[in-house]
Design a protein around this ligand. Structure first.
Ligand code: ZN
Length: 132
């Protein structure tokens, strides 16, 4: 699917292999609405548990994505149940949000999830699940 934005290329430019089940980010606008999303997608926008709670109010999108990045890292550290849920929910999914741009000119809080997912994946999350 050429529609997909390949964050993986952005975060691992040194020739690493993209893992199976790596989540991809899609823009809901590409599909014409939340109700028209592909079946393997998960809605990540406001109102979902994965939505970004920080509102713009004059701040830039970069600012609120940064705020979200910090909040997410903290929560994943403290809330192991959430960490598990995130890893299972996002595995192999299309992360659907309203802001993703194919050329990464627009940051999205889903980038943060994909990066956190990948960190854990790389550390062997799915190969030693007993440890969690
Ligand atoms: Zn987004």
């Amino acid at each position: 699917m050429s529609d997909l934005f390949d964050l993986f290329k952005e975060i691992s430019p040194n020739g690493e292999q993209k893992p199976n089940d790596y989540p991809e980010i899609i823009n809901i606008h590409w599909y014409g609405g939340v109700d028209k999303l592909p079946p393997n997608s998960i809605y990540m926008g406001r109102g979902s548990i994965y939505g970004n709670p920080f509102e713009r109010h004059g701040k830039t999108r970069i600012d609120v994505c940064e705020q979200h990045k910090e909040m997410l890292a903290l929560r994943l550290e403290k809330d192991k149940e959430f960490e598990h849920k995130m890893m299972n929910d996002l595995k192999g999914k299309l992360l659907a949000c309203f802001c993703k741009n194919k050329h990464k000119e627009i940051p999205c809080h889903c980038d943060n999830y994909a990066e956190e997912y990948y960190k854990r994946f790389k550390a062997g999350w799915f190969s030693c699940s007993e440890d969690h």
